[in-house]
Design a protein around this ligand. Structure first.
Ligand code: AMP
Ligand code: MG
Length: 318
């Protein structure tokens, strides 16, 4: 009888210890790696037995998505579309179809605040040049007319994209990284990661429970606009979710005492002006959160909150 008791106590103790062990990550190994993709530093941290292989596979997927969607790579699917003539169906990867279908939905739902055909206008702003100069009103007017008279048709069956005007150009800068966040999370899950965090230049996706916190929640600091990196205006506590921020401080130049940033209001062709400098969206899909952050920034507090409400996501203005 005494022996049975000892056996039972040992089993209970072992279960308790194992429980604690797994809660803290257990046999799951932590692995973290950083790569430069999408023009930004991307860091993935994963907890699993094969964390290193899982992270490497996730990076391969992000790199593949970047290659397909990169505006500056002349062999990308997006460049092939941009170089094409009107009414010429261009065969693209299913990933590009999926991204463009979401982009068109967001364009409709945001009443044009999110527009991936805005490239003729955003190209004028030349944020990537040494000393950029704002475009003239005439240049903006011409580019806005291209956007207005152009557009695309997406055919998911034949996997083709057709431009409505020769000059139509696409820029997936406001959505592709979000898609990559979801895709990386999917790869990590499929490869057995119980917990992981994918940080694509501040575009964050959390998977599973945080093994380093008692309640399993992830705590994500929201960058204070124009403050040193890592200075936060607030911290959000989340379970498995994505946290995506669109901010004027992320890409801008100064000219004649004015700041010109990269979130363009399609109704004016000018940087969208508000009294806040960033919008953070917390939601289930990183791609959706990415488009919504841009769209809510352009729409402003009231209309932005209405759009966020439609999608059931939380928003933060800073
Ligand atoms: P994000 O950092 O997600 O807000 O995206 C900003 C990027 O999206 C810019 O650098 C442009 O490439 C592109 N963009 C700017 N304005 C818009 C807009 N109104 N709709 C869609 N994409 C935009
Ligand atoms: Mg965005």
């Amino acid at each position: 009888m005494k022996r049975l008791k000892i056996v039972f106590s040992t089993i209970i103790l072992a279960t308790l210890i194992l429980g604690l062990f797994f809660r803290a990550g257990g046999t799951d190994k932590k692995y973290e790696s950083t790569e430069f993709l999408f023009d930004t530093y991307c860091t993935i941290t994963a907890y699993s037995k094969n964390a290193e292989t899982a992270v490497s596979a996730a990076f391969d997927e992000i790199a593949r998505i970047h290659r397909l969607t990169n505006f500056f790579d002349e062999n990308s699917d997006i460049s092939r579309i941009n170089k094409a003539k009107a009414n010429e169906p261009i065969k693209v990867d299913p990933i590009v179809i999926e991204i463009l279908e979401t982009a068109l939905e967001m364009d409709r739902e945001s009443e044009g605040a999110f527009d991936v055909t805005l490239a003729p206008v955003s190209m004028l702003w030349k944020f990537d040049e040494g000393e950029p100069v704002p475009p003239t009103a005439e240049q903006i007017k011409t580019a806005l007319a291209i956007v207005e008279n152009g557009g695309i048709e997406v055919d998911a069956e034949s996997l083709t994209v057709t431009k409505l005007s020769d000059e139509t150009k696409l820029d997936l800068g406001g959505i592709a990284k979000g898609y990559a966040g979801d895709a990386a999370a999917k790869v990590l899950r499929e490869m057995g990661a119980k917990a992981a965090i994918v940080d694509l230049g501040g575009n964050i996706s959390c998977i599973g429970e945080n093994p380093n916190s008692k309640d399993g929640k992830w705590r994500i600091g929201l960058q204070k606009p124009f403050a040193p990196t890592g200075e936060y205006s607030e911290t959000v506590e989340i379970n498995e979710a994505s946290v995506v921020t669109s901010g004027t401080y992320q890409r801008y130049f100064e000219y004649g005492g004015e700041q010109y940033h990269h979130i363009i209001d399609p109704s004016t062709g000018q940087p969208s002006r508000h009294e806040f400098d960033s919008v953070t969206v917390v939601g289930g899909s990183s791609m959706q959160a990415d488009c919504l952050a841009t769209a809510v920034y352009v729409l402003g507090r009231e209309k932005g909150a209405a759009l966020a409400g439609k999608y059931g996501v939380d928003i933060y203005f800073n």
